[in-house]
Ligand binder design. Structure first.
Ligand SMILES: CCCCCCCCCCCCC[C@H](O)CC(=O)SCCNC(=O)CCNC(=O)[C@H](O)C(C)(C)COP(=O)(O)OP(=O)(O)OC[C@H]1O[C@@H](n2cnc3c(N)ncnc32)[C@H](O)[C@@H]1OP(=O)(O)O
Ligand code: NAD
Length: 334
């Protein structure tokens, strides 16, 4: 086994997944598809917020037919604004001297995207449904339980959850073999990584189809078991919580902690800038959820007043204009 792992470790990322996937299958049930493996073309994304909008954009940029669903037209408009603002940056890089080409690129990408508040209508032609709604287990379970009754039998279901057990979300459906996790990173258009999570019920064909979608989105997929925080967040949560405690103990300011981690550890953002970027509400959902679940050292996720107070005041970071730092209307730092 070890020599096999060493052998694949030198392979390029795309092929790395297949050997890992086959090795991983020894740790998971290899129940075969009840339905023919599918070539995903139509993707429906639930949630048009920070992450849902980014996932929709990247899918549309890579020629998937995409439907973006949220609760109301205002939320959908916010998602569309996130996408157009990002596409302008991407277009300027792709066609630096050609405003006409930039406009064509943006218009073509936006034409691939449908928006809707009708969950049932938006699911009936989906090959893959990706959920990126609020980080709340009950809400996610309610959504998938409803979708399981209206989506085609072959449709794959995925959650973009940062911290919730995929198996817990999946158990609200009758398609646990066609259910996995696709954990994208923020900002989705810029971050190459996607964590592909399989539960003990995810079939090999479903897992392979999800890896294929990541590759077609020009992402670099890694495989992980359905464990708290998967890979990145399992390491990120303790680091960010200890950053909070450094400030809570009066040992350093958020600004100096951020500067220290950027200049001392080479991070692109310090922990407080990152928390404002991700959203303090999402952060609190994650930490409170892990404390309740009790699967990791309770000290790592003990409550910190500073975070709880900011969220209680509605200071959620960039998305609300104020978090650890103040922001102007478009989410940039003042
Ligand atoms: C302290 C509180 C503790 C609370 C405790 C709770 C703990 C919980 C922790 C878990 C959180 C989990 C969240 C989630 O599950 C997992 C994640 O997503 S973690 C976040 C991962 N992302 C990052 O770490 C981002 C790090 N930051 C960066 O990479 C960069 O800062 C940036 C965001 C890319 C911005 O880069 P800058 O250099 O600052 O600014 P630029 O504007 O120049 O951008 C650089 C480059 O990127 C392109 N770009 C940026 N944003 C976009 C976009 N939205 N769309 C398209 N392109 C974008 C930009 O055009 C530039 O391109 P270039 O010119 O360089 O080619
Ligand atoms: N923010 C990040 O950096 C980040 C990164 C990776 C993963 N995630 C995960 O992605 C998910 C979304 O996070 P976000 O930051 O995009 O949140 P967000 O608050 O920006 O967006 C959530 C969206 O979901 C919508 N929504 C809520 N309930 C819904 C429902 N029943 N049907 C349809 N839409 C619904 C909301 O209206 C909102 O527009 C969470 O599970 C989070 O853990 C977040």
């Amino acid at each position: 086994m070890l020599s096999a792992v060493r052998r694949v470790a030198t392979a390029n990322p795309a092929s790395l997944m297949r050997p890992l996937a086959s090795m991983a299958s020894s740790a998971f049930s290899t129940s075969t598809y009840a339905y023919a493996p599918i070539n995903v073309k139509n993707i429906t994304v639930f949630g048009s917020g920070l992450m849902g909008a980014g996932i929709v954009q990247v899918a549309a940029q890579n020629n998937f037919n995409v439907t973006m669903v949220d609760l109301n037209p205002d939320a959908l408009k916010k998602g569309q604004d996130i996408i157009t603002s990002s596409l302008k940056r991407v277009a300027k890089k792709k066609f630096p001297e050609d405003a006409n080409q930039q406009k064509q690129f943006i218009d073509k990408t936006m034409a691939q995207i449908k928006t809707s508040t009708d969950s049932e209508e938006s699911s009936k032609d989906a090959d893959l449904i990706i959920e990126a709604i609020v980080e709340n287990l009950k809400t996610k379970q309610q959504l998938f339980s409803m979708l399981d009754k209206v989506a085609p039998e072959h449709t794959l279901f995925c959650s973009n959850t940062s911290s919730l057990p995929i198996a817990e979300i999946a158990k609200a459906t009758e398609r646990t073999d066609r259910f996995g996790g696709l954990h994208f990173f923020n900002p989705v258009p810029q971050m190459k990584l996607v964590e592909v999570i399989r539960t003990e019920s995810t079939s090999q064909d479903s897992f392979d189809a999800l890896v294929d979608v990541c590759n077609r989105m020009k992402k670099t997929p890694v495989s992980c078991k359905d464990t708290p925080g998967f890979i990145v967040n399992r390491l990120l949560v303790p680091y960010m919580m200890e950053s909070l405690r450094i400030v809570e103990r009066g040992e350093a300011s958020p600004q100096d902690v951020d500067i220290a981690m950027k200049l001392g550890a080479g991070f692109p953002m310090g922990p407080f800038e990152l928390a404002d970027f991700v959203g303090l509400d999402t952060m609190k959902f994650i930490v409170d959820g892990w404390r309740k679940e009790g699967k990791i050292d309770a000290n790592l996720v003990a409550p910190v007043k500073l975070l709880d107070e900011l969220v209680a005041q509605g200071n959620l970071g960039r998305k609300s204009g104020q978090g650890f730092y103040p922001y102007n209307g478009v989410g940039g730092k003042k």
